[in-house]
Structure formats: C-alpha cells, structure tokens
Design a binder for this molecule. Structure first.
Ligand code: PPE
Length: 307
C-alpha cells in the first residue's frame, strides 16, 4: 500500500482546516473501541472537470451505518454532500479518493458510547489503483482466507464501521504474508462472502454471479453499479448463495469496490482462472465502467455529480 498523499485542507466538523491541523485527542472513543463509520468515494476526472461518482448512495450509506450504531450526525446529508465537493475543489484535485469519517470523539472513558460527542470529517487525497495498475489489467492472485467474515449477529456487515475492518486486516495480512494480493473470505456458514475491501463476482458460461447481502458482506455501491451495467449490456446477473468451489470452476472472477474499481482475479489458491488474465466479460464491464468517466459510456443513470 502506498503512503498517504497529503492534500491541503480537510473538512473538519464543518470547517476547512489545514491538513496538519485535522487532529484528535488520544483519548478519542473511536481510537479505543472502533466506534467510527466511514465512506470511500471517488471523484473522477471527466472532460467537464472532476465529478463525484454516486455521491447520494454513499452519503445515504454513511447515515445508515451511523444509525445502526445510534450515532447522531450533527450535519445533514446536504451539508456532507457539499463538503465532498468542497474538498475536491479546495484541494485543486482533478481526481480524488474521498474519505468521510464519523466517529465518537473525546469525552467519556468506558465502552458505553452514548455521551461521547459525534465528530465528522471529509478528506480528499489522490489514490491510484488499489490492487495495483498491473492488477487492473492482468488480474490479481488471491487465496481463500482462513478467517471467516463477521456474522450479522456479532458485527453487522451492512454498517461500514471502523471496527469491522479488524476482520479485513486479518484477511489481507494473511493473504499478503502468503504471497497473494488479497484474500476472499467465507461467511460463518461456509458460503462465499467478499474480499477484505471488495465485493466478489464470478462468471461461468456467460452468467454473472455474486453473493447476496445475507452472506456477511458490505453491499457495495460499485457492486450495484456493476450489476446495473452488466444487465444493461445484456448479461444475466444472479445474486445467490455460492459455495467456495465455484471459485475453482469459474471462467472469470473480478472484484469491485470504490478503491478497487473493477479488478480481475487471475488465480485462486494458485489455480489459474480462465486463461490467467483479464477475461472477455470482465473486460467488457470494466471498459463500460471506466467509459463513464471519459464519456465513452453515456451516464444514463445520472451517477456523476460535477463539483
Ligand atoms: N466490501 C468491503 C468490506 C469494503 O470495504 C468495500 C469498500 C466494498 C465491499 C465495496 O464497496 P463500495 O466501495 O461501496 O463499492 N472498501 C472501501 C475501503 C477500502 C480501504 O482499504 O480503505 C473502498 O473501496 O473505498
């Protein structure tokens, strides 16, 4: 992973502050107990300037994530949407990765969080290909993780909460230690779930499969976009429970995520998938997805918001 590309300003509790001054106290509740929720949003360079990709569903999911943990945001969705545009503009970025974060701040010691203040920030940085530029083109090597995803009666996967990413860290550290780029986790019932920071798609005989929201995954906004694009292109998309072994029988596999975009998988557990490079359907979907930003794909779903 590359180190952070610092930008100039961060939107911090309602104001733009210099990057270096966007700091919190070490007794911040979230630092001790994982009590934060966040988003990852991309702004893409387009012929008409930078545009946020699917800002509304991202802001909505941020509020949904917070609601599950009974965190009341001291800002409205409109204010946070405006903050997202502002950090791209004020930092002079043509493309960016935005990180809105909501957390329980400084105020109380002890697990019971209700009296800790809720704080909000939005940062924007430049961030290239999450799983490598070569990965986007040729595919990445992955393993099935020995770690299962969280169960929904333990930690709710539909909340994009900081604490959930302890599970993700175990999955990706194990994968990298073993010489892979990423891990795919099963849920506690042994069904396919997702990667540490990406959703999963599997193609066989021209049909596109993806695990359902009940498989302990974050229902990704890129996942939704890719399902919409695939159906628009005429492919059949099935959201259904999938056993591990379909990975080994797949013609093509790819990951989706805001950071990962559409990244092909070229091997699982050292078994080559398809021809061992980006497959034809993955290429078609990936080209259509990236085409939204250079204008070669019409933005028929109004997914772009120019800042
Ligand atoms: N599952 C998980 C666990 C996940 O973290 C992400 C996004 C997704 C699925 C895809 O969701 P979406 O971005 O809405 O399509 N992971 C974010 C954080 C990655 C990170 O390392 O930080 C992201 O891609 O922004």
């Amino acid at each position: 992973m590359p180190s952070i590309n610092a930008s100039k300003v961060i939107w911090f509790n309602g104001q733009l502050v210099p990057w270096e001054q966007a700091t919190v106290h070490v007794m911040t509740h979230a630092l001790h107990y994982g009590s934060s929720v966040f988003e990852g949003i991309r702004a893409y360079a387009t012929p008409r300037g930078p545009a946020l990709f699917r800002i509304q569903p991202h802001i909505r999911r941020l509020f949904d994530s917070a609601r599950i943990y009974r965190m009341e945001l001291p800002f409205t969705a409109e204010q946070l949407t405006e903050a997202c545009g502002m950090v791209v503009r004020e930092n002079g970025l043509s493309d960016a990765y935005l990180r809105p974060l909501v957390w329980r701040g400084y105020g109380v010691l002890g697990v019971m969080p209700i009296d800790a203040p809720v704080e909000v920030m939005v940062a924007a940085v430049t961030w290239g290909a999450y799983l490598g530029a070569e990965g986007l083109e040729r595919g990445v090597d992955v393993q099935v993780s020995s770690w299962n995803r969280v169960a929904s009666n333990t930690l709710p996967a539909m909340s994009k909460a900081g604490g959930n990413y302890l599970s993700s860290q175990l999955i990706v550290m194990e994968a990298v230690r073993n010489g892979y780029v990423e891990g795919i986790a099963l849920d506690v019932n042994g069904q396919l779930s997702e990667g540490s920071g990406e959703n999963l798609f599997i193609i066989r005989d021209g049909v596109i499969y993806t695990p359902p929201a009940t498989a302990a995954l974050l229902p990704g906004i890129t996942r939704d976009a890719v399902m919409t694009i695939a159906r628009h292109l005429g492919y059949e998309v099935r959201e259904q429970a999938l056993p591990r072994e379909v990975l080994y029988l797949a013609d093509e596999i790819f990951f989706t995520g805001t950071a990962a975009e559409v990244t092909p998988v070229r091997s699982v557990d050292r078994l080559t998938i398809g021809s061992g490079t980006r497959g034809p359907i993955t290429t078609h979907i990936q080209r259509t997805f990236f085409g939204l930003f250079d204008g070669s794909t019409e933005d028929r779903w109004s997914w772009l918001t120019h800042v």
